[in-house]
Design a protein around this ligand. Structure first.
Ligand code: SF4
Length: 447
């Protein structure tokens, strides 16, 4: 049961010693109640209180991991319904389904798509996170072949074994060794045997039942056998049912502390129509799916889903920022121009990308404006001629230059006169309004 700040406060030492990093025990209690602090931060708490608070502080959505190596998938740990309350912490795992009833060529092609899926966006590497190996052939030897192909060609990609036959699951998990796949396929008819297999190989289990009541009941039975890492599948396959079931499960877990539904959710978005599949996947990403499974990976869909997921799982209260400094783009010389912008990540990566693509070397001066975009920072008084001039003069850059030219964003042409006054000896040039016009601007400007 979740405890209120006052209930938690009653269990604390009440000495206000500040060792936890908070000014008072009450302030610490409030942070614990919001699940924004750990009980371990208070060294003076009694063991009894630590036990009580530790259980109460467990995240309502259980932490579940699968995979091994550099790209382990961690899910759960969410504590809120809405991202404006607190950041969503575990981005949806995007998986691609590969069935064992297709020719080897199709499997190789699907694996190649997964392995080539990685993109770099705003400084983050984004990729298809997992492969779901679907046992549909009824031929355990063929499933074993699929498993071996995946492990040989994509050894670092976490796997989900979609199998409802406990003997096939046992053989596959023995071959998977230490890869710790998710075993997805526990249903009412096989739960005892499948739970034993999951328990033996220390892997998380995926529970499948029709509807949330049935899922909750089955989850309790499997947990009773000893499998604590679970993923739940209520059978939702359309966007509307995904939205309904995921929302009800998240609400029950977070608002009512209903443990039987406090697990990561897996959503199967697969459709023949790629656009529809993408929209169902987006519904899952927006509303609480910890895994979405696609039938195929294609670059256009990957880009849409990765971008969408990245936006949902960034902290809306903390603008994404890059470090304030002078970045070299290409190999700038003492004659190269200086382009100035703010440290909003999206602005930086778009501007830097456009400049890199046109292969004109420049000094890119990125100024700390608390992660605001250019116009917002100007309106907030953080990107003014005086502050820009101070940043440039203190950066150490002027001493390296023989030609001092500062290119400012086109939207802020109004600053050029004041900037020339603040930066004697500099030429201030008004650049284009949009970053995508930078290549033409840089290539065509007089040298
Ligand atoms: Fe109170 Fe413990 Fe924090 Fe000290 S460390 S202020 S006793 S909560």
């Amino acid at each position: 049961m979740a405890l209120s700040g006052v209930q938690i406060f009653k269990l604390l030492p009440k000495t206000n010693c500040k060792k936890c990093g908070h000014p008072t025990c009450l302030a610490f209690a409030m942070k614990l109640a919001q699940r924004q602090a750990s009980v371990d931060a208070c060294p003076d708490m009694s063991d009894e209180s630590r036990g009580l608070l530790g259980a109460a502080a467990e995240p309502p959505i259980k932490t579940v991991t699968f995979g091994a190596g550099p790209h382990v998938c961690t899910m759960g740990e969410e504590t809120v319904l809405y991202r404006h309350e607190k950041k969503f912490v575990r981005p949806t795992v995007i998986a691609v389904r590969i069935a064992d009833n297709q020719p080897d060529a199709g499997i190789h092609a699907a694996l190649a798509d997964v392995l080539n899926s990685e993109i770099d966006r705003i400084g983050q590497k984004l990729r298809i996170d997992a492969i779901l190996l679907d046992y549909v052939s009824g031929n355990s030897a063929r499933y074993q072949q699929l498993l071996e192909m995946v492990m040989a060609q994509a050894p670092d990609v976490p796997m989900i074994l979609s199998v409802q036959d406990a003997d096939v699951a046992e053989t596959a998990l023995r071959s998977a060794g230490t890869k710790k796949p998710l075993l997805h396929g526990v249903i009412a008819d096989n739960f005892e045997a499948m739970s034993q297999v999951a328990l033996k190989h220390k892997v998380p289990a995926g529970i499948i039942a029709q509807g949330l009541d049935a899922v909750a009941q089955l989850a309790e039975k499997v947990k009773g056998i000893g499998v604590s890492e679970l993923v739940i599948d209520s059978g939702a396959r359309t966007a509307g049912v995904v939205l309904r079931d995921n929302t009800l499960a998240r609400r029950a877990a977070i608002k009512k502390n209903f443990k039987a539904l406090g697990y990561p959710v897996i959503t199967f978005a697969g459709r023949d129509d790629a656009m529809l599949e993408t929209l169902v996947a987006m519904t899952g990403i927006a509303k609480y799916s910890s895994i979405v499974v696609l039938n195929r990976s294609e670059q256009w869909r990957n880009l849409a889903l990765f971008t969408y997921r990245q936006n949902i799982y960034t902290d809306p209260q903390v603008p994404m920022q890059v470090e304030q400094k002078i970045y070299k783009v290409g190999e700038p010389t003492p004659e190269s121009p200086v382009i100035i912008t703010t440290n909003f990540s999206l602005t930086y990566f778009i501007v830097a990308g456009e400049i890199e693509n046109c292969r004109v070397p420049v000094w890119l001066a990125v100024m700390d404006c608390e992660g605001m975009s250019v116009l917002t920072a100007w309106a907030a008084g953080k990107f003014t001629p005086a502050k820009i001039a101070q940043f440039i003069q203190e950066s150490g850059l002027p001493e390296q230059l023989t030609k001092k030219e500062l290119v400012i964003p086109g939207y802020l042409a109004i600053l050029s006169g004041a900037l020339e006054e603040k930066l004697p000896g500099w030429t201030v040039t008004v650049g284009p309004r949009e970053a995508n016009a930078l290549p033409a601007f840089l290539k065509n400007r007089p040298q």
